[in-house]
Ligand binder design. Sequence first.
Ligand code: COA
Ligand code: ZN
Length: 330
Amino acid sequence: MSTGPWPGLEGLEGRRVHVHDVVMRDGLQNEPVFVPTDDKVRMVDALGRTGLSKIEVTSFTSARAIPALSDADEVMRRIERVPGVVYAALVLNVRGAERALDARADELDLVVSASETHNLANARMTRRQSRAALREVCRIAGRQARVNLSIGTAFGCPMEGPVAFDDVLDIGDEFVAAGVTGISLCDTTGMANPAQVRSACAGLAQRWPGVELTLHLHDTRGMGLANVLAGLEAGVVRFDASLGGLGGCPFAPGASGNVCTEDLVHMLEAMGCATGIDLGALIDCAARLPGLVHHDIRGQVWRAGPATIRHPRPADFDEIAARAHARQRL
Ligand code: COA
Ligand code: ZN
């Protein structure tokens, strides 16, 4: 769906970019309704056939903390595994890791926040306690599953304000040494701006060689896709996004939706990046979301259609054109 030979796209044209969808975890955790297990399984199965690289299926947390995902074990066990797709699950402690491994998650997505305040509010642990628990998870996971570390509030905390980037690096260093396959920098409440993202991501590939770096961006303040572009320019090729733009952490005041998956894929493909995703199939999935969550969704492209669609000209177009051409000839 490339727009054609425009100057300035050289660096992006043809670049393989991996899109991970997190609607079933980040999206549903923030919804007041409980989406029935059968519907969750059907949605994951449909998403698995769109070409996404990774799907975050659920989280293995306390059912009291996140009632919307209390059926994590059943969902993870029942989904269809499309070859090549990584089926991940969020984990905050050893108990969650054991449940996720039992249910055959391909990847454990561990979470610790860069901000002490958000970590306490979210995980009910100090960062030190979370880090100790998650190091133990790395040990348990061993060769059974891939392990990604998500660093929450990496670009700012809605309660504390600015976060020291050295804290983010320190957490990342520790878990790279513990053997994680990936690190995600998470902008939990959409506080990041493109200049900050560009500066944060530059140099991380050298600092954490061989580790897959992902940006997990929320669009709380309309900077989501601009932040994606900043990340791309800094060499990032993995992005989390949520179908329909749902999402948000229930323990982060003011949190709202992630970058919208179909809008992100549309933008990447328009710039000539290769996502391997069938945008039409993704839009079909998005169109089913309002029926599951019982409200409208934020995404733009499922409503407008891709930029490649062509609308009919106005009914009186021929008349308008004839009159304009006649005037031109005078
Ligand atoms: N799965 C299921 N239940 C769990 C669990 C897990 N991984 N970990 C703890 N629990 C249960 C315990 O059994 C206990 O239940 P009980 O009160 O019925 O006996 C209860 O949760 C509290 O256990 P405790 O170990 O004291 O945990 P905690 O109160 O310190 O809470 C978390 C820690 C991580 C379990 C909890 O804060 C949580 O689930 N948070 C969710 C965070 C989240 O998903 N945020 C959004 C994404 S970033
Ligand atoms: Zn998130």
